[in-house]
Design a protein around this ligand. Structure first.
Ligand SMILES: *Cc1c(COP(=O)(O)O)cnc(C)c1O
Length: 426
């Protein structure tokens, strides 16, 4: 009987399998480190669920106003334990990360207030929320100002500049942990802790909000354990574990969370309303899966870095760096490479693998963008995905992978596509 050639039948050349397996051999130490963090975070999440006595009754749905939703209220207390905060707001009515950031920022500022980023311009969509692009209803429209300080030449907080530029009347300090789609490094929690200590000394009354998107469970702690008043993120990234169908969270002090809740629903209604619908079960289960899913995605990112370093491309972070999020950027040098890479990732998708991604214009960007994703949950970027703007240095931003074998297959498919299109030699 002929033995099955799973890789060959899937169109993966043996040279690609060898290259990827060789790279994998060399990053065992990183994998062990990632697994240990996942173990600790798994225990952290599990213990929080047990301490809050999650029961089968928490998994049922509520509708309408959603008063006394046991599951929703318990889930929020579980999040608060995991993030070591007083409270948390975890809702499927929060439609994405930007929405969570918006209600956190809007709820915790007042007209005449000032938001300040000590780490450069924030994420594109949050810039729009702030009013930098003239969007209708922005915080600027409501009399909330914004300023920021540039990072230093190494992409790190510029403490001298911060001391000089931090506004006197700052009410909210926003720190974005992940690089997002910029060229700077993601900040580690050590760096974030140091920065928070510094800005809190300068402005003790200002609240600190960390945009925690893509960072959850990558380290042993969360930003709220190093001084942040709130951490904010999306449930279709790390903490939803690929199972939450929608949602966002804000974990923080009682005051911060209550202020955000007054914006999410209505003043006076705050956290009392908001039916969980059928989402308690996937939100609990997603959180339970999140440490391990995040680790799978992170391993995929390290593997991608190692493979592409071997092929002569520049990666960020490098395969041997200590990471604080799940994003990997590879400078692919030209548009053809970027397109081939994304086509390869699309071919690895469980959904929509028959489509080929094409570069196209996107609102808010000054050049075409190509995006590869074939997800069970619309727009989910904890699932295997890759995208990049068609401009120098033609970086692809790769993230996600619900299982490590899938992330690894994604890496193989990307390399295979580059090989098939004659862009690399193996
Ligand atoms: C994903 C992300 C957001 C929020 O984006 P949404 O698409 O609205 O969920 C904000 N900041 C960073 C750094 C992100 O990665």
């Amino acid at each position: 009987m002929k033995s099955l050639d799973i890789y060959g039948d899937a169109g993966i050349d043996s040279r690609v399998v060898c290259a990827v397996n060789d790279a994998e051999e060399k990053i065992k130490d990183s994998f062990l480190r990632i697994d240990r963090i996942a173990e600790a975070n798994q225990i952290k999440v599990l213990t929080a669920m047990q301490q809050e006595q999650v029961s089968e009754a928490c998994l049922v749905e509520t509708t309408g106003y959603g008063y006394n939703d046991l599951g929703r209220d318990t889930l929020e207390r579980v999040y608060a334990r995991v993030f070591r905060t007083d409270e948390a707001l975890v809702r499927s009515q929060i439609v994405c990360g930007t929405h969570a950031l918006y209600i956190a920022a809007a709820g915790n500022t007042r007209p005449g207030g000032q938001i300040y980023s000590p780490v450069g311009l924030p994420y594109d969509t949050f810039q729009t929320v702030l009013g930098l692009n003239g969007a209708n209803g922005s915080l600027k429209d409501y009399g909330v100002g914004f300023s920021y300080s540039e990072l230093n030449e190494y992409g790190k907080p510029d403490y001298d500049r911060i001391r000089k530029e931090i506004p006197d009347n700052v009410s909210l300090i926003e720190i974005q942990r992940s690089r997002g789609y910029s060229q700077r490094d993601t900040f580690t929690l050590d760096e974030i802790g140091e920065l928070i200590e510094y800005v809190k000394k300068l402005r003790p009354r200002a609240k600190v909000m960390v945009d925690n998107c893509y960072g959850e469970f990558v380290e042993l702690m969360e930003p709220t354990e190093v001084g942040a008043d709130m951490a904010v993120g999306s449930l279709i990234k790390n903490p939803g574990g690929g199972i939450a169908p929608v949602g966002g969270y804000i974990a923080g002090s009682e005051e911060c969370v209550e202020n955000a809740a007054a914006r999410l629903t209505a003043p006076g209604l705050c956290r009392e309303l908001g039916p969980s619908l059928g989402n308690n079960r996937p939100l609990f289960m997603g959180l339970f899966m999140a440490p391990s899913v995040t680790a799978s995605a992170e391993k995929g990112a390290v593997l991608l870095a190692k493979v592409f370093e071997g092929l002569g491309f520049e990666t960020s972070p490098a395969s041997d760096s200590v990471r604080s999020d799940i994003i990997e950027a590879v400078s692919l040098k030209n548009a053809d490479n970027l397109i081939s890479f994304c086509k390869g990732i699309q071919k690895a998708a469980p959904v929509d693998s028959m489509f080929a991604p094409e570069p196209d214009a996107m609102p808010g960007y000054d050049c075409d963008i190509i995006m590869a994703a074939g997800c069970f949950t619309g727009g989910s970027s904890i699932e295997l995905s890759a995208d990049g703007p068609l401009r120098e240095p033609y970086s692809v931003f790769y993230q996600g992978g619900l299982t490590y074998p899938h992330a690894k297959y994604g890496v193989m498919r990307a390399v295979q596509q580059l090989l098939d299109d004659g862009r690399i030699i193996l």
